[in-house]
Design a protein around this ligand. Structure first.
Ligand code: SAH
Length: 352
């Protein structure tokens, strides 16, 4: 049993079953026993690998897309180049290298990171020493905001509800003896899920991310007021339907209750919820990662890089290009949505 499992069992014995969101929050961010609080989980030796760690092309193209959006909006003299959940800082380091030759971009950019994990903040400081760190989006400066969030929203705690008549039973984490187990609360009507009564039937499970509206609202508000753009990339779809909570340990899926604090927990992102809370900013059409990267020119970039490579390095590079873009790999599973001001064009690679 993990130390966090012991702590959770004691807590549930004391105060009763907890929501899936409370469970996820403790698993990921408990200050001493949480997953992100205690380790760097990303990469071959960790539990999962992300797009910026697969190839430098990912961060380069995103950096250039944000620089293009900055130019399209008249090159504001001071702006936040921000990232939510920057992991090891690889994406931003690649983005900064690629944008070094964009006139005036670096002089105008202030790098801001929103990051909860002290371990990952250290890695980020090595990769991007000039960054400033924030605990939440609320303290991002009141100025133009050009922002990237890759695999950030999938790690926010979410609640799960099972439709029961015109009400909902919340999925809870409780105990069977001294083992963690899922159960359901008594049914109750819920205003926040009123709109889901139309597209669900008895027994369907829907997910609700409590932190998402405020985070998206803060970003959308700044972007519309001061200018800017956000690129939100994650796995998920237009609307959540069904149980998407998953745990990963050493690149394998495991039972989400099996190793609290020692496995990564994520869920699909509900992009309809992002769209719903973006106002007054506008949101783009949801686009697959494969199509988005193609539109940004990943193939010519891959060919240019391939010219300098031989042997195993060249093979790995070709594989990485395929992994990021091919529909059977990350190309279709991962989606991109942009946010942009009422009076500006959508960011490169995306459509209104
Ligand atoms: N974007 C990176 C890392 C993805 S992993 C990449 O693509 O490689 C998720 C990241 O979000 C980690 O950096 C994690 O520490 C951070 N994170 C998770 N929950 C968070 C929260 N509630 N607030 C701030 N950062 C969080």
């Amino acid at each position: 049993m993990t130390p966090l499992a012991q702590a959770l069992i004691a807590r549930i014995n004391r105060t009763g079953p907890i929501s899936v969101a409370d469970y996820m929050a403790d698993c990921l961010l408990h200050p001493t026993l949480g997953y992100y609080a205690t380790r760097d989980p990303i990469g071959q030796s960790g539990d999962f690998i992300t797009a910026p760690e697969i190839s430098q092309m990912f961060g380069e193209l995103i950096g250039l897309a944000l620089a293009q959006a900055w130019q399209d909006q008249g090159c504001p003299a001071r702006f936040s180049l921000a990232e939510l959940g920057p992991g090891r800082g690889t994406l931003m380091a690649d983005a900064l290298r690629a944008t070094g030759s964009v006139p005036g971009f670096h002089a105008a950019a202030e790098v801001h990171f929103v990051e909860a994990s002290p371990v990952l903040r250290k890695a980020q400081a090595k990769a991007v020493p000039q960054a400033s760190w924030h605990d939440s989006v609320t303290t991002l400066p009141e100025q133009p905001l050009f922002l990237i969030a890759n695999e950030f929203f999938d790690s926010l705690p979410l609640r799960q509800f099972v439709r029961s008549g015109d009400g909902w039973r919340e999925k809870m984490v409780g105990l069977d003896g001294d083992t963690l187990q899922f159960g359901l609360s008594d049914p109750a009507p819920l205003a926040l899920l009123e709109h889901r009564l139309e597209d669900t039937k008895d027994g369907d499970l829907v997910e609700h991310c409590a932190a998402l509206p405020a985070i998206v609202g803060q970003i959308g508000g700044r972007i519309d007021r001061f200018g800017g753009a956000a690129l939100i990339i994650d796995y998920g779809d237009w609307q959540s339907q069904g149980d998407t909570l998953q745990a990963l340990s050493a690149h394998d899926r495991i039972d989400p209750l099996a190793a609290p604090g020692q496995s990564d927990l994520t869920a699909h992102v509900d992009f309809a919820a992002i769209a719903q809370h973006a106002a007054p900013a506008r949101f783009t059409r949801l686009t697959t990662q494969g199509v988005f990267l193609e539109r940004l020119g990943i193939t010519p970039r891959a060919q240019a890089l391939a010219k300098r490579l031989t042997g195993d390095a060249k093979e790995a590079h070709i594989k990485a290009h395929r992994r990021l873009t091919h529909p059977a790999e990350m190309g279709d599973l991962f989606k991109v949505m942009g946010l942009y001001p009422q009076k500006a064009a959508p960011p490169p690679g995306l459509e209104a």
